[in-house]
Write a new protein. Sequence first.
Length: 119
Amino acid sequence: QVQLVESGGGLVQAGGSLRLSCAASGRTFSTYTVGWFRQAPGKEREFLARISWAGTITNYADSVKGRFTISRDNAKNTVYLQMNSLKPEDTAVYYCAANWKGPTTYDYWGQGTQVTVSS
């Protein structure tokens, strides 16, 4: 069993940056592909980025490509999402997920962290 805890969210002005962390329990976390998603009020959950277990393969949604960077430190059982040039439309609850099964299916999900970008 793996438990995921997101942190690093908060209130930031447009153009600013935040780094989200996804800390995991369980020794198998380092073997999992991990993804980041977000969900804004009244909208569907949106895929943002994905990173392979070794960190060698990353994928991004077009909406965040060039602004967000996913990385991981398996020694710390943590995956990060560096978010730069934030826009008000990036306001959402951000979630990490582990053990990718295909498209948006993962075995484990965190509780989410709120990111609010003011204009």
